[in-house]
Design a protein around this ligand. Structure first.
Ligand code: NAD
Length: 698
């Protein structure tokens, strides 16, 4: 089947692209456009050309299957040259998403018409790149520096109406896009004005201060910290302002290559593909029938119960929350309402949305009211006996086929499932706090979880805007289990001589949103303390938590008590180093007989904290707790703020080289003990074979 066809409608030729699902700019599409446009140009009866797409969208971007492969001829530049230099008017007809190369193609046409639902965007920055086919030079010429810079540096699309206002689109269709496009073509066919080429325009800097680019840089500095591509995108737009078109194009090429050659683009592309793969489970076809999810039951209206409920309410799905008493329900409901009201105040939702969402929420203290729920999620205290009792009660009232889920962070989901007469309907749904904000959802497959129950929850994750990653049953699943070594080493490093601020700064500079100790203060130091006390002491390092425990005993539980590893001024979350903590650290180091060192570098801190995390990731892969290394990367990026531009811990490990990581683990084990530093057999094997985790992908 050809992917590009030509159709004649009187004096207009329609060049149709039909390359499902998204009309990506594959080699065949590129060659086809050149071919068919040339055919239309050669046809004496054709007066105007429409470039339009079949299916649900205009060209949505590059063909991702060509990524990382040698370029195939013809390149996109050649296609755009044919369109722009055409001697008859060429009109791009936009519907759906004209993204990346799609928008670049449209901008090389002489005119653009779109339906009201169309969107245009240059999302390349999200893959660590810049638009590489004139997007950075043409978009500013069409839309002015401000709109173009925003679109190119954020990567976020804008709607058709805004695109008309910005000058990117010439005409909005009244409803019948093709009829309007043909009419537009007829008008243009009979005009004898020269055909407009975007390249000939100037970038509108009207009303923008001299400091426009500097201000813009300052404005996004925090959000783009550590990223390579945003600055290159800015420079490319600056080139559009400062240079004539052809020189600007040359500059765009140079900057594009800089981005391509930088590690970050490979890392971000890895994340892109890993996210698409997450939630695919071998042996469970996507077409398998799933269960309905029309009514949700929630047990517990605490921190997690409230946040989890909001996800479903936002998606228009009714939720009934069960609590122990009315007081707890009142408190939980008030918090949900307050969260919505804050969103409304910020303009993210309307006042009417607040009421609609609250209207979908009901309350009960009676299990019988959950009898018609399709999915019931438990988020009560992290206590096995309490959870078992809840599941026994659910088993007694839930309708046949209802899915029963636990939001436990660490407890054994098999043991919870065994409390019911229907373990095939039970699984873990591990949301992250704040549950209405954090995108990650670990979907914990228990031993007996039925495939369609798992698939229903994988699809549910998508429905509520989460990224679902499947995990197996173990202590802490994927994310929290890997975090153990990270926290342990942070605790040891301060005993050995690094200050809390040095430990946190090293990991902040690595790209984490905050260091492990500041994170502890935010989460509450009592949580870890409580968790550890639920297990035999010999499970943990004998000294690593001594300071943390002391802090909790002194009621320094973190931000919520105004002090933890740091002190906090009233109403502020900014950590302030506290000499009182330094004193405790010295005392604990002496008690534990740990010699203080003054040679701890940022590099050592990063390695000591991250390599055990990666090593645990290797064990998790080996045990089949995680299906693939990319899933672990997604967990860390969406659940723990691991910098996406490093691709997640497993991708990062491959970059460092597994043999280097293995050697470092062995080196640290000389001082820290083999129990904590033993390389995982999988890591060892891959290191010996000179391979990376990526070699396991599939
Ligand atoms: P929380 O203390 O804020 O809320 C627990 C709620 O459950 C309370 O409102 C309590 O009244 C209610 N509850 C207790 N026993 C009940 C029962 N038998 N029936 C009905 N309601 C009952 O706790 P949380 O932070 O929301 O944690 C809940 C669960 O989520 C725990 O398993 C926890 O490990 C897990 N979790 C917490 C976080 C987090 O960061 N807070 C993150 C992921 C998972």
């Amino acid at each position: 089947m050809p992917v590009v066809m030509i159709e004649r409608q009187d004096e207009t030729a329609i060049v149709w692209i039909d390359n499902p699902p998204v009309n990506a700019l594959s080699q065949a599409v590129r060659a086809g456009i050149i071919d068919k446009v040339n055919e239309a140009l050669a046809d004496g009866e054709v007066k105007a050309i429409l470039l339009a797409c079949k299916g649900r969208t205009f060209i949505a971007g590059a063909d991702i299957t060509e990524f990382g492969k040698p370029p195939l001829s013809p390149g996109l530049h050649e296609v755009l040259g044919v369109l722009e230099n055409a001697t008859k008017p060429v009109i791009a007809v936009l519907h759906g998403t004209a993204f990346g190369g799609g928008l670049e193609t449209a901008m090389a046409c002489h005119y653009r018409i779109a339906d009201a639902g169309a969107k245009v965007g240059q999302p390349e920055v999200k893959l660590g790149l810049i638009p590489g086919a004139g997007g950075t030079q043409r978009l500013p010429r069409l839309a002015g520096a401000k709109v173009a810079l925003d679109m190119i540096v954020s990567g976020n699309p804008i709607g058709a109406k805004a695109a008309v206002d910005a000058g990117i689109i010439d005409k909005l269709s009244g409803g019948d896009l093709m009829a309007d496009a043909l009419e537009f073509a007829r008008e243009l066919a009979n005009q004898d004005k020269p055909l407009p080429k975007v390249r000939d325009g100037q970038v509108d800097m009207n009303g923008l201060p001299k400091t426009f680019f500097a201000d813009y840089r300052a404005g996004i500095a925090r959000k783009t910290r550590g990223y390579f591509a945003p600055e290159r995108n800015i420079q490319a737009v600056e080139a559009a302002v400062d240079l004539p078109f052809d020189k600007g194009m040359k500059r765009e090429r140079e900057l594009f290559i800089e981005c391509m050659e930088n590690r970050q683009s490979a890392a971000l592309q890895h994340v892109f593909f890993a996210e698409r793969l997450a939630g695919k489970v071998p042996g469970i076809p996507r077409e398998m029938e799933t269960r309905p999810l029309d009514k949700i039951g929630m047990i517990g209206a605490g921190t997690m119960g409230g946040g989890i409920s909001m996800n479903f309410l936002n998606a228009g799905i009714p939720v009934t929350i069960l609590e122990m008493n009315d007081e707890a329900l009142d408190k939980g409901f008030a918090l949900i309402r307050r969260n919505y009201e804050i969103s409304a105040k910020k303009g993210r939702i309307s006042d009417a949305d607040v009421e609609t969402r609250m209207g979908l929420l009901s309350r009960t203290t009676d299990y019988a009211d959950l009898a018609d729920a399709d999915l019931i999620i438990e988020a009560v205290f992290e206590n096995m006996e309490v959870k078992k009792e809840v599941f026994r009660k659910l088993d007694a009232v839930a309708k046949p086929g209802a899915i029963l889920a636990t939001n436990t962070s660490y407890l054994n989901v098999d043991e919870i499932a065994a409390e019911t007469g229907r373990p095939e309907d039970v699984l873990g749904l591990h949301f992250f706090s704040p549950a209405n904000v954090m995108r990650l959802l670990e979907i914990v497959r228990a031993e007996k979880t039925a495939p369609e129950v798992l698939l229903t929850c994988i699809k549910m994750a998508k429905m509520i805007g989460k990224v679902g990653v499947v995990a197996g049953v173990c202590h802490g699943f994927i994310g929290n289990r890997m975090l153990e070594g990270y926290g342990r080493e942070a605790g040891l490093l301060v005993l050995e001589g690094a200050t809390p601020a040095e430990v946190d700064k090293a990991l902040f500079d690595f790209g984490m949103p905050m260091g492990p100790l500041a994170m502890g203060d935010m989460a509450g130091l009592d949580i870890g303390h409580m968790l550890r006390s639920a297990f035999p002491a010999d499970r943990f390092h004998p000294h690593a938590y001594n300071v943390g425990n002391r802090l909790v005993e002194m009621d320094r539980k973190g931000q919520k008590t105004g002090a933890g590893w740091y002190k906090y001024e009233e109403g502020s979350r900014a950590p302030i180093p506290d000499p009182a903590v330094d004193k405790i650290i010295l005392e604990e180091a002496e008690k534990a007989g740990i010699a203080r060192r003054s040679d701890i570098t940022a590099e050592e801190i990063v390695q000591r904290c991250l390599y055990p995390l990666i090593n645990e990731g290797a064990l998790i892969l080996e045990e089949g707790i995680s299906l693939r290394p990319g899933d672990i990367d997604i967990v860390y990026i969406y659940g723990y703020g691991f910098p996406p531009y490093r691709g997640g811990p497993m991708h990062y490990a491959d970059r460092v080289g597994l043999e280097n990581i293995r050697d470092a683990l062995l080196k640290f084990s000389e001082r820290g003990g083999t129990r904590w530093w033993k390389p995982a057999p999988l890591l060892e094997r891959l290191a010996n074979e000179g391979k990376g985790f990526a070699s396991l992908a599939g």
